[in-house]
Design a protein. Structure first.
Length: 503
């Protein structure tokens, strides 16, 4: 994985998805998991009569914070520093990795334990630590499975969603001994036995590690408090036992006050794990004598976020609280899986977040805005009301047409991506025709009268579209002609062709 979070060697989404769709076991694993999670989520959300009001409150809090992010980040830094922590600012992945590796090396330690953190995956921190001789141990169960299997995460909430229990058992049996305590003899695929094997394997690491690395779900600017919500207790161990704690957090995770946190602690667990509240909600503010880590470092990560913030339409992606609800309802994700997105942020949110954080210069990032049917299911379940279809269309325009954007803090004019010349020509022709009513009417009448000659599939570049879709039939007459002939449908007897077809 590169420093910007792109999986090296990944093809564009259509090619990667084509291979994934052909994997029947993968599709079965995804179908079972996503359907189960989204059904439970729907039941949990239905329990709250004020869910719509909570959703709107979350949207407004996030939008307010993003509009005044400069103010709240400075307030956060002041509060963290006053509580005994140290704040570091990282403009990009390379700077964040340098800061973290430097902090770990300063302790003299050669291993760290990690709480599940998408920000550290985004910047490729594990690889950066390994290059400096430091071994990072993932402690979240799903992340442990991914790490032991030399795999990649494929889901925001359940990174190993593409694995079934039998596969996990085989990974534990063959790989645990290379990383520490081996799997128990005779390990089966029973969930209880798999969880116990992971607990025993990780316990020695928790008790030995002197350095912990985390992300955070939220940062409260008012008090400098960081919040991690999780279900297994591994986060609590990583956040309290090590002598040094380093948290790498995207700047968009800031919220103004404790009162605002109350909203998200209701919406996040229901949207992610379908629980009324998380089993473990850990909060820490700086350092305290005799309790928890003696040194706390907060690394505030930009890495494309201020560029995204400069986009009036695209900035709403920064509202995301990483609940993964959009993945579990997306028909594209369900069939293609997370690896096809070539990023630690898969699914609908990844399709709008990754091309903004990384730009659309690469083949895979230029293809991600098209990895959607625009059905809108993602918007309906989003607990902070991100209009993902709107941003997808906005990014498609950027890919096909180019235009103004912000990259690395500078205003630039992007060139259109390769492969969209036919699309641009078609759109220009459509704009010309729609701007001339006479031309449009003539074209519609000609299409209706020659409809028996129309092909079943499109030629040239259009073949990619019609290869998996039926072309809509052309009506026997244009709508305007029908409207005039029938006086708006009040005396519609149908055209002779229509009457013939109904016999």
């Amino acid at each position: 994985m590169s420093g910007q979070g792109t999986f090296v060697g990944m093809p564009a989404f259509p090619e990667a998805a084509r291979e994934a769709v052909a994997d029947e076991r993968l599709r079965g694993n995804l179908r079972h998991a996503t359907h189960t999670i989204r059904a439970k989520r729907a039941a949990a959300v239905a329990e709250l009569a004020d869910w719509a009001e909570l959703r709107e409150a979350g949207r407004r809090i996030k939008d307010h914070t993003l509009r005044h992010l400069d103010h709240y980040l400075l307030r956060l830094e002041e509060a963290v520093t006053a509580a005994g922590g140290t704040v570091h600012w990282a403009a990009d992945a390379a700077e964040a990795n340098r800061i973290v590796t430097g902090l770990v090396k300063a302790t003299g330690e050669s291993e760290v334990v990690k709480v599940k953190s998408m920000a550290t995956q985004e910047i490729g921190l594990n690889e950066a630590l390994e290059a400096e001789g430091i071994r990072a141990y993932e402690t979240d169960l799903a992340e442990l499975i991914v790490q032991l299997g030399d795999d990649r995460p494929s889901h925001i909430l359940v990174p190993a969603i593409h694995r079934n229990r039998g596969e996990i058992r085989d990974v534990f049996r063959s790989e645990m001994k290379e990383w520490g305590r081996p799997a128990p003899e005779g390990l089966t695929d029973s969930p209880a036995e798999l969880a116990e094997a992971a607990r025993l394997h990780l316990r020695e690491k928790f008790l030995r590690a002197k350095v912990g690395i985390s992300g955070a779900n939220f940062m409260v600017a008012e008090t400098g408090t960081l919040v991690v919500v999780e279900s297994e207790g591994n986060g609590r161990m990583c956040l309290t036992l090590p002598e040094t704690l380093i948290s790498v957090v995207g700047i968009e995770k800031t919220i103004p006050t404790w009162r605002d946190l109350k909203v998200f602690l209701q919406t996040l667990p229901r949207s992610s794990t379908a629980e009324r509240m998380n089993p473990y909600t850990s909060l820490w503010t700086g350092t305290s004598d005799g309790d928890g880590p003696r040194a706390f470092h907060l690394v505030l990560l930009d890495n494309g976020r201020t560029d995204t913030l400069a986009d009036d339409v695209g900035r709403q992606a920064l509202r995301c609280i990483r609940c993964s609800a959009c993945l579990n309802v997306c028909p594209v994700y369900e069939r293609a899986g997370g690896h096809a997105y070539g990023s630690v942020y898969p699914g609908p949110i990844g399709a709008i977040l990754s091309p903004q954080l990384r730009g659309t210069a690469s083949e895979i990032d230029a293809s991600l805005p098209y990895a959607s049917t625009l059905c809108g299911a993602c918007y309906e379940v989003c607990p902070v009301a991100i209009d993902i279809p709107e941003v997808l269309v906005h990014l498609r325009e950027r890919v096909a047409q180019g235009g103004p954007a912000t990259r690395a803090g500078n205003k630039v004019v992007l060139r259109p991506a390769k492969g969209h010349a036919a699309e641009r020509a078609a759109m220009r022709a459509a704009r010309w025709a729609f701007g001339r009513p006479g031309v449009l009417r003539t074209g519609q009448r000609l299409a209706a009268r020659t409809r028996w000659l129309h092909p079943r599939t499109l030629p040239g570049p259009g073949r990619a579209w019609s290869a998996t879709r039926d072309l809509p039939p052309v009506p026997a007459e244009p709508f305007r002609d029908w409207w005039e002939r029938t006086n708006g449908g009040r005396n519609d007897g149908g055209t002779p062709q229509d009457r013939e077809e109904t016999r």
